[in-house]
Design a protein around this ligand. Structure first.
Ligand SMILES: [Zn+2]
Length: 378
């Protein structure tokens, strides 16, 4: 039995309503994964995540490897037990992080050599190591170790990175010991070069992976390029497998990508924005520190059922922020994560509605969310 099974339940245009069944449960798609870099979605407990409607969380191979170490987590019962999250977990391969350590990395065919910023030790992250770490953590989905090519990059440079990504993917596949419980997703590269995207998507489709991610986007390119290459790449991926757009994004980016046929997303935006006092609401963005909320008795979002919105006023949340209280980022994180999950649940309902009744529910939701991008509260 493969560790991941995707079933397509309904379609509306290119948008897909599906279900991804993993070792620790099913994920209704389209789905958004909050990011728990260090084995925790910052300031939120697993109970908070469940209450917010979170189905699957993302954690980071690189961070857990360098501290506290994957072997230690494995001996303590695996990542699910360690962080007390019994739902599905996806980990990135660590590639993005080691490639970000600009001064420290040396890329060879073997892998990436880097000096750990924690202890100064030299380490090598390779396809085999990335699989060993993720399988020892016991996650539901492991991402293949890929070469992250910077943006912008020439076609020749992008092609080299793409071909190395394919060779590394084949090494990842060969290194797997627990294919029955940890699924493996491949990552389609090719940057902003259409012919390379076509070529790499075809190469990876032949490898019959558990799922497919669109990589090499959300790396600093303009938004128009993100939208264009998501629309271009998604239909190139096998229709029978789940499609994941890595590192995206704002609510409007997500809805755009759903309309292009993408099923899964992850991003630090809801939690990072919360720590900076930014909330996403059904009437647009709210910067809670803004003086205008000083006497505002309304909840952050009148259409949100989260604990922060049920119990507290904007005036109180603003007071917590301006007083640097630790409850402030926690309550805003709870709200933003709930807001994202609620948005995705609306997206799923709109796809179903549009698919079964031919209604304009999905187009209406797209219009509404796109308008949030243009709205600002200051
Ligand atoms: Zn809320």
């Amino acid at each position: 039995m493969p560790a991941a099974a995707y079933s397509l339940l309904a379609t509306a245009g290119k948008a897909r309503r599906g279900r991804l069944t993993l070792t620790h449960g099913a994920v209704e798609t389209p789905a958004f994964m909050p990011v728990g870099t260090q084995g925790t979605v910052k300031s939120l407990t697993p109970v908070d995540l469940r209450d917010a409607g979170v189905q699957i969380v993302l954690s980071n191979t690189y961070h857990l490897w360098v501290r506290p170490g994957h072997e230690r987590i494995g001996k303590l019962g695996g990542l699910h037990r360690f962080m007390d999250w019994d739902g599905p977990i996806l980990t990135d391969s660590g590639g993005y992080q080691v490639f970000s350590l600009k001064e420290m990395n040396k890329v060879t065919e073997e892998g990436v050599k880097f000096r750990s910023p924690h202890d100064g030790q030299w380490r090598m992250l390779s396809p085999e190591k990335a699989i060993e770490i993720q399988e020892t953590l016991g996650v539901d989905v492991a991402m293949a170790f890929d070469e992250c090519v910077e943006w912008p990059a020439s076609e020749a440079r992008t092609r080299d990175g793409m071909n190395r990504t394919t060779r590394w993917l084949q090494r990842c596949m060969a290194a797997r010991q627990h294919a029955d419980r940890t699924a493996l997703f491949g990552i389609v590269q090719g940057g902003t070069h259409e012919s390379l995207r076509v070529e790499h998507a075809a190469t990876l489709a032949d490898l019959n992976l558990d799922g497919y991610a669109i990589g090499g986007l959300s790396v600093g390119e303009p938004r128009e390029e993100l939208v264009r290459f998501t629309e271009f790449t998604a239909p190139l991926l096998p229709a029978s497998r789940v499609r994941y757009l890595m590192g995206v994004g704002y609510p409007w980016d997500i809805v755009d990508a759903v309309l292009a046929g993408v099923d899964m997303f992850d991003c630090v935006i809801p939690t990072r924005s919360a720590r900076f006092g930014q909330a996403f609401t059904s009437s647009g963005r709210v910067t809670i520190k803004n003086t205008r909320y000083r006497d505002d008795a309304r909840p952050l979002d009148e259409n949100c059922a989260c604990y922060a919105c049920a119990r507290f006023s904007r005036a109180y949340l603003r007071h917590l922020f301006t007083s640097n209280e630790i409850l402030a980022p926690r309550l805003l994180s709870l709200h933003n994560v709930t807001f994202y999950q609620h948005l995705l649940s609306r997206v799923r309902a709109a796809i179903e509605d549009s698919a079964t009744t031919g209604s304009s529910a999905l187009a209406d939701l797209h219009r509404l969310v796109s308008a949030w991008n243009r709205q600002a509260d200051d």
